[in-house]
Design a binder for this molecule. Structure first.
Ligand SMILES: Cc1ncc(COP(=O)(O)O)c(C=O)c1O
Length: 358
């Protein structure tokens, strides 16, 4: 490795989280969501660690993501969370992915592959992103029944505000139950992390858990209810040290003046790696167990850090997410400081950052 910047992924923490989630949802099956490169943690290592720790299956957003897992030797069931276009039905069959369906053309395209598919029918109960609207479920069900190669393995839905609105979420659960009562499917699944932790009645036959796997909480309310360990630590190292007089304004835009004569250190990580520019005025870094503010604008490949009177040398470790000494920077802290959610923070740590597994 030439650039001393990497993400440490603790597979022991993934295993711990999967075990804790499995215990929580027992006897429901646990489906670990590993889309988007396992929320930036690395899809193949996370899928294997989760399955070894007791996950029953994994889920992805894209056919390409499922194919990657299969190519790497993952042989557990892989649930596709959305329909691809009908032209991808043969890929779904070739990679032995478990399809989600919500349109008749995709059902017909699956049937045309001539392969047997155990499909999961997705109902839209209020998320309004994808899924069959309640008034289309009967037509979809009939289209499915008409295809001897297709069997209905599950009905499912997805929550839009399980982390923030119990009334709306309970409405989704009730609507789902009302729709499903006419069909008696062998399996139902509704819950994401917040749904599984906060709504025991939503656990059903299976839960689809993403965020909790990575040791992150969807909202403060879940924090007291399950012990999760963050699995990602983002680490870089000092590559350059300067002593600058008070009044100097490091980096693009000259956005911040040093209040006193200071040491400013440079680190090789930037917004092209997921260290968003939105952290320029709020972000911090840990060096030698101490927390320091950025000294100026985040650039594409580098950041500058104001270490004040302290002295740090080239090669010193800098932690951007995770613990160092008694200090810790969490993905939630980044999210708050940059106006987003921890999901986006970790899944935005880009492909230029190697993952190191411990
Ligand atoms: C359909 C579906 N199910 C489950 C999940 C997992 O959600 P979470 O990461 O909140 O557990 C996601 C993630 O966005 C999803 O899109």
């Amino acid at each position: 490795m030439v650039r001393p910047t990497y993400a440490e992924i603790d597979l022991g923490s993934i295993a711990h989280n999967v075990t804790a989630l499995k215990e929580l949802v027992d006897p429901s099956q646990l489906c670990t969501v590993v889309k988007a490169d396992a929320y930036g943690h690395g899809d193949v290592p996370v899928a294997n660690a989760a399955l070894d720790a007791g996950a029953d299956l994994v889920a992805v957003a894209l056919v390409e993501e499922g194919a990657r897992l299969r190519e790497a030797g993952v042989d557990a069931p892989i649930l596709l969370l959305s329909e691809p276009g009908p032209e991808a039905a043969f890929d779904v069959a070739e990679w032995d992915l478990t399809p989600t369906v919500y349109t008749v053309p995709f059902v017909e395209a699956l049937a045309a592959t001539g392969k047997r598919h155990h499909v999961h029918l997705k109902v839209d109960t209020g998320m309004h992103r994808v899924g069959a609207s309640p008034d289309r479920v009967e037509a979809l069900f009939s289209a499915l029944r008409a295809q001897p190669g297709l069997s209905l393995a599950a009905f499912w839905t997805h929550f839009s505000v399980a982390d923030e609105d119990p009334v709306y979420t309970k409405g989704q659960i009730d609507l789902f139950d009302q729709i499903v009562s006419a069909y008696d499917p062998p399996v139902t699944h509704l819950a994401n992390t917040a749904g599984a932790v906060l709504f025991p009645e939503a656990r059903r036959d299976m839960c689809r858990i993403g965020l909790g796997t990575y040791g992150l909480h969807p909202c403060p309310e879940t924090a007291g209810l399950i012990d999760l360990r963050p699995a990602m630590r983002l680490v870089t190292h000092v590559t350059h040290v300067q002593r600058l007089p008070a009044g100097e304004r490091p980096s693009y835009g000259r956005v911040r003046a040093l209040e006193v004569d200071s040491h400013v250190v440079t680190a090789p990580v930037g917004y092209a790696d997921g260290f968003t520019r939105a952290l320029t005025r709020t972000g911090s870094a840990l060096i030698g167990g101490r927390r320091y503010p950025l000294a100026g604008m985040v650039t594409m490949d580098q950041i500058v850090i104001d270490v004040g009177a302290d002295e740090h040398g080239v090669g010193d470790e800098i932690v951007l997410i995770g613990a160092q000494g008694d200090e810790e920077i969490t993905a939630d802290e980044w999210a708050e400081q940059s106006g987003t959610i921890s999901y986006e923070v970790v899944s935005s740590i880009g492909p230029r950052i190697p993952r190191r597994y411990t």
